[in-house]
Design a binder for this molecule. Structure first.
Ligand SMILES: *[C@@H]1O[C@H](CO)[C@@H](O)[C@H](O)[C@H]1NC(C)=O
Ligand SMILES: *[C@@H]1O[C@H](CO)[C@@H](O)[C@H](O)[C@H]1NC(C)=O
Ligand SMILES: *[C@@H]1O[C@H](CO)[C@@H](O)[C@H](O)[C@H]1NC(C)=O
Length: 476
């Protein structure tokens, strides 16, 4: 059997592989490498480019998470390519009496589009539920931070929330799924990084922001050019973090520098120097979601963001959950007080092949009909459940997340209970906090109406309550 790790070693550690090849039969190994890497990358790239976004209907305007399908596809494609290699260190329990830093609730807000009918507007964001709001997403254009005019307006409006909650921190998030163009040319040398850092400096100053969140998805992962691990981007990314931190110090500002990182170990090893990120970032938003998503190559129902592995999951599949990912980052050198666990407010939908076969891992033939492109916002799940009282909700007691089905529709989603379980995990291990993707996909208008009263942002309320014990649910 061919060694799947050849591809990985070739791209990540070229020097090491070179000596290895000399010892073994050089020619055979080179051919093997080309064949395996070629096949793997063709598969990934073909899938990414075959699955193009369908034109969205008018009612889909609020599906701002939909762009994440780039990431979700990539994660699905990497399944089975890597087995967990890291020897995991056990996380010690948190110490509630210790002087741990203030918990972070870091919320992504997708800025509205030009015709923002029905979308979450800055003024409707609850100013006390998040400690940090990441305004998403700025891009990198000509090495500078680039925002559309309408995004600048959103930025001004969001900063106004600080008048209501002076402790609230506002960060600009640069990148996001499908917005990776521009990063490569920017990190490539000191002069280019300097252009970026200067544009960052002015943006933070002019709009009185509190920092930047870098969300490059992902350094050294270039599926279009079939290059994995090339161009020293992992090192250049670390260099960028170092230079931003140095600039903050030079300017005597306590601006924040945070990074949003991938969960799958296969990407982590190619994209990041975790120890360097640990040195320069204030904390790290780990994107612990999209673990399972429908693609042609993963035609099975699966859970978007399981907290723990399910007993039947072995090897690579056993790594696709929050618990594994957190232990993996900790083992690679990320301090507990820099670990911020990503919690989705959206769910993933599937169409069942056989409506009698409804378990996790059942054959699926496509996205479900709810939401858009396999992404569904929380209020739409509530509406579905209200409309069809024959829909069945099951709870996976190991993964600690619910899923629902009715007929051919199958949906993995989060409930106030499942997000609270994730927040309890953060607390139990003394991690830094929770990241929420996104404010837009929570029930911001209060249409779910649990237990009579109207509750806006029920998922976020539940996370905050579980982290801090404050009941803010009577906010309307
Ligand atoms: C910030 O202000 C400076 C000086 O007024 C200006 O040159 C720059 O273009 C502004 N940058 C942004 C991003 O607003
Ligand atoms: C969480 O992960 C750690 C490290 O892999 C493992 O030892 C532990 O059993 C896991 N917990 C659960 C409940 O699966
Ligand atoms: C929330 O709870 C924390 C810790 O229990 C407390 O320090 C804080 O003052 C409370 N905030 C509000 C708004 O009640």
């Amino acid at each position: 059997m061919l060694d799947k790790n050849i591809c990985y070693q070739k791209v990540v550690e070229p020097v090491h592989v070179h000596t290895k090849l000399v010892q073994e039969s050089k020619f055979v190994n080179v051919v093997k490498t080309i064949v395996i890497c070629g096949a793997l990358l063709t598969l990934i790239a073909a899938t990414l480019f075959l699955i193009q976004p369908e034109s969205q209907t008018r009612s889909d305007v609020s599906y701002t998470s939909t762009k994440s399908y780039f990431r979700a596809n990539l994660f699905a494609m990497l399944q089975g390519q890597q087995l967990g290699k890291t020897k995991l260190r056990e996380l010690p329990p948190g110490n509630p009496e210790g002087n741990e830093p203030e918990k972070v609730v870091s919320c992504y807000y997708n800025t509205p589009s030009a015709d923002a009918a029905g979308e979450l507007l800055p003024r409707d964001i609850h100013p006390h539920l998040c400690s940090h709001i990441n305004v998403a997403f700025a891009r990198v254009v000509n090495k500078e931070i680039y925002l559309e005019d309408i995004q600048y307006q959103a930025l001004r409006d969001i900063v106004k929330l600080k008048k209501i909650n002076p402790h609230l921190k506002i960060l600009i998030s640069v990148g996001g799924s499908g917005n990776e163009d521009g990063f490569s040319k920017m990190v490539i040398d000191h002069a280019s990084r300097k252009v970026f850092i200067r544009s960052l400096k002015y943006l933070l100053r002019n709009y009185t922001l509190d920092g930047v969140d870098l969300d490059w998805e992902f350094p050294a992962v270039h599926l279009d050019t079939f290059i994995l691990g090339g161009k020293r981007e992992r090192q250049h990314f670390s260099q960028l973090l170092y230079e931003i931190r140095r600039e903050y110090i030079r300017e005597k500002r306590n601006y924040l520098l945070t990074v949003a990182v991938a969960a799958p170990e296969a990407i982590v090893d190619i994209a990041y120097d975790v120890d360097q990120i640990n040195l320069y970032a204030d904390y790290v938003n780990i994107m612990t979601y999209d673990f399972h998503y429908f693609t042609k190559y993963t035609p099975f129902t699966g859970l978007n963001s399981p907290l723990f592995a399910r007993p039947r999951e072995q090897m690579y599949l056993a790594s696709l959950n929050i618990n594994y990912t957190v232990h993996m980052y900790f083992s690679k050198g990320l301090d507990k007080n820099k670990i911020v666990v990503g919690i989705p407010t959206y769910g993933h939908t599937f169409t069942l092949v056989n409506p009698g076969n409804t378990r996790v891992g059942s054959p699926a033939s496509g996205f479900g009909s709810l939401g858009s492109m396999g992404f569904v916002n929380y209020p739409d799940i509530c509406t579905f459940l209200k409309t069809y009282n024959d829909a069945v909700i099951e709870e996976d007691k190991h993964a600690k997340v619910p899923y629902l089905y009715r007929g051919w529709e199958w949906v993995s989603f989060e409930s106030p209970q499942s997000v609270a379980a994730k927040a309890d995990y953060v607390k139990a291990f003394g991690l830094r906090g929770a990241m929420i993707y996104s404010l837009n996909a929570d029930d911001y208008s209060g249409s779910c109406r649990t237990r009579g009263g109207q509750v806006k942002f029920p998922l976020l309320q539940s996370i905050k309550k579980s982290l801090f014990g404050n009941d803010t649910s009577n906010y309307a």
